[in-house]
Every structure is written in structure tokens, then in C-alpha cells.
Design a binder for this molecule. Structure first.
Ligand code: MN
Length: 203
């Protein structure tokens, strides 16, 4: 992160083909600095993209199983390229054959507060981020811990009143927080592969 702002993001995409944002400086100027978003993404495989704003970009991880409210369920989170801030409200279809081709839903959005006095870059470098989420679905304390390789982290809930062993939040709350749509509807309305998208909805 932060070596080449959005260079990797732009290199992977053809903006003549994909409706994804290129990254607007105006959005960057307006932001309060502590946005978080989770995007449910039915690409080659279903995953949840977990993004935290830092230094003008969305630092990002792909979480195959999605977040769990159960502190004992530590979920693999693969670090991926930084995304532009205006990506946070992107919901729609990426054409098949393009990078990340499939359907994207804004599954949760809100703000976050880093736990300790360290700044984000320092905590990231140490491989340990603890923060409080103020989302519509995800609340309370969470951690991201770097476990190995260059990209492997774990995302997990910390014990507090928002933790739960009983609720599977991804099954319980499957809809977009922006439009209340399921993946299949987003795909249908965006001219995407409806059957493929529907396989990511609970059934
Ligand atoms: Mn993704």
C-alpha cells in the first residue's frame, strides 16, 4: 500500500470497458478520512472486499468467507490493491472477461476508528490493525492481523456486545445497504450474468 497510489488499481482495469471509477480527486477532498466499506463480489469466486480509508485511498482485503460476528471464526483476508475512495459507492456489474468480472454489491458502509494512538501506516506495517466499526451491519471492535506471506491476513471480531456465535451475518443480512437489492437483481438491472450472481445470494 501507499507506494504507488492507485497505479496497480488502474493498471489492472480497462476503463473503456468497466463502469468502475477511475478515482476522482474531488471525492478524495470531500472525505472525512475514516470511511469503511464491505463489497460483496461474485467474480470467479464469491468474496467480500473489506476496505478501510487511509491516506486518500481504500486499503483493501478480499475475504473469501466474509466477516463473522463470532470471535473464534478468524477469516482469511488477502491484501489486494488499494482502491480509489469513490469505489466505496460502486455497485453494479463488471463485464465478464474484464478484471473482477461479475457483480458487486455495497454490503455494508460506515466509518471506523483506529483503536490505538498509532497512525494507520505504522499499524499496517506492524501487521496489526484494531478498530471500531460504525456500519449498518458491522459494529464494535474488529482486528486485522498479518499472518504470513506478503498478502495473508486474518479478519476477526473482538469480544464485545456486538459479538455473536448464533447469527451468520452474511446469511442473515444478504442485501445491499444502498439499494436493498440482492446480487441477482443487481446483475439483472446491470445486464450481468443473473444465474452466476444468484449463486452468491442465500438460498
Ligand atoms: Mn473483489
Amino acid at each position: 500500500m501507499m507506494r504507488m497510489p492507485l497505479g496497480e488499481y488502474r493498471k489492472k482495469r480497462r476503463f473503456t470497458k468497466t463502469p468502475e471509477p477511475k478515482g476522482s480527486p474531488a471525492v478524495r477532498r470531500k472525505s472525512a478520512g475514516n470511511l469503511f466499506v464491505v463489497q460483496k463480489h461474485r467474480a470467479t469466486a464469491l468474496h467480500y472486499d473489506f476496505r478501510l480509508e487511509a491516506n486518500g485511498v481504500l486499503v483493501s482485503w478480499a475475504v473469501p468467507k466474509g466477516p463473522s460476528l463470532d470471535p473464534s471464526q478468524k477469516r482469511l483476508a488477502m491484501a489486494v490493491e488499494d482502491h480509489p475512495l469513490d469505489y466505496a459507492r460502486f455497485e453494479g456489474t463488471i463485464p465478464e472477461g474484464e478484471y473482477g468480472g461479475g457483480t458487486v454489491m455495497v454490503w455494508d458502509i460506515g466509518t471506523y476508528d483506529l483503536e490505538d494512538d498509532e497512525d494507520f501506516a505504522t499499524a499496517y506495517k506492524k501487521g496489526r490493525l484494531t478498530f471500531t466499526l460504525h456500519g449498518k451491519k458491522l459494529k464494535g471492535r474488529w482486528s486485522l492481523v498479518h499472518t504470513g506471506g506478503t498478502r495473508q491476513w486474518l479478519l476477526f471480531k473482538r469480544t464485545d456486545r456486538y459479538a455473536s456465535k448464533d447469527v451468520d451475518i452474511t446469511v442473515d443480512k444478504p442485501r445491499s445497504v444502498l439499494t436493498r437489492r440482492l446480487l441477482a437483481t443487481i446483475a439483472r438491472e446491470g445486464g450481468g450474468d443473473v444465474e452466476k450472481a444468484a449463486s452468491g445470494d442465500p438460498h
